[in-house]
Ligand binder design. Structure first.
Ligand SMILES: [Zn+2]
Length: 73
């Protein structure tokens, strides 16, 4: 497995250096080696629910017809 890295740009406008940090650094704070600014490594792209740790949304399963909009005979 190749170790993937996360590329982030230094928020310091006078620096703007691209930093490559390991995936394990997500959610943590790294320091720019160029200017010393602390940069928070963003988490993986996620919908970011208001309730952290919530269970995953129930996805519609293939094959099961929708149980609505059905005329009651
Ligand atoms: Zn920097």
């Amino acid at each position: 497995m190749a170790s993937e890295t996360v590329r982030i740009m230094c928020p310091n406008l006078t620096c703007r250096r691209i930093l490559a940090v390991p995936q394990s650094a997500r959610g943590k704070t790294v320091r720019c080696r160029n200017c010393g600014t602390n940069i928070r490594v963003p988490q993986p792209a996620a919908p970011a629910p208001t309730t952290p740790g919530a269970a995953t949304q129930a996805q519609p399963q293939p094959g099961s017809p929708p149980n609505q909009a059905k005329p009651a005979a």
